[in-house]
Design a protein. Structure first.
Length: 88
């Protein structure tokens, strides 16, 4: 076998061996921050309230929907910042 082929085979064997190593894989890295999830839920809730307010002509419900959407956006941004700082 040539050097290049042997080296490539050796490197792929190392890669597959290390990818099965539990220490090199972190569940935490795949986890979204709770604030991001809550923020997305608040944005969805706000969109529903805003649409219902527009449909029924209820200005208060429409305003609540806009507020919920804004709160959700801020909450998502905070969660994204936490994810970034955590390294995930």
């Amino acid at each position: 076998m040539s050097y290049f082929v042997q080296h490539t085979v050796d490197r792929s064997a190392q890669t597959s061996r290390h990818s099965n190593n539990r220490r090199s894989w972190s569940v935490k890295g795949n986890k979204m921050d709770k604030d991001r999830i809550k923020g997305a839920a608040n944005q969805a809730k706000g969109a529903v309230k805003e649409a219902a307010g527009k449909l029924t002509g209820d200005a208060k419900l429409k305003a609540e929907g806009k507020t919920d959407k804004a709160v959700g956006k801020v909450q998502s941004a905070v969660g994204g910042l936490k994810d970034t700082l955590r390294g995930g």
